[in-house]
Design a protein. Sequence first.
Length: 187
Amino acid sequence: MRKALCIVLLTVAAVVAKDRKSIQPAPLPSQIVNAKRVFVAKGVGATAHTVKGGYDLAFDSFYSEMKKWGRYEIVGSPDEADVIFEIGYRVEQGGTRVWSSTNPSNGTTQVHSAQAIDAQLTLVAYDSRTKTELWSTSVPPGTAFRHKNQEKEMIIAGERLAKSLEQRLELSGSNLPTNSPTATPRP
């Protein structure tokens, strides 16, 4: 009886703990929250499974969104920055997906296969002095068949990455302790 009661209580506790709304978001590091100047760098990008020029479009759209947002002054070198934002693009092979379909009218079966890939546009924030990684996030670009639509998906992914940073900063502003250290201003 006691064992059954413990199992029920643990199950209820696990269900309650897994509710997304009950999880308090962790604040961003104070260097990111208090930064005034940032350098936006284009990191390594995948060449396989990318639309021609798509990584450039994603980087440019992120940069454009950051300028429009106006939260940070974007500077021309890492030495002038409080934080470095590096945009990267990676594609991982997930193997091959195989499935079959049967035509009911003639009873024939066709086997299909497609490469499974996982593409991610990634933002990594580094402390400009120590080059320590502070925080990262990523978004998958949408898939499309036509070249123009692939370009649009890469642009949207860059915009979503900037919005993700903006939303996380808004959450961090209200969650930071009042005695958190601030970034030291540069001369």
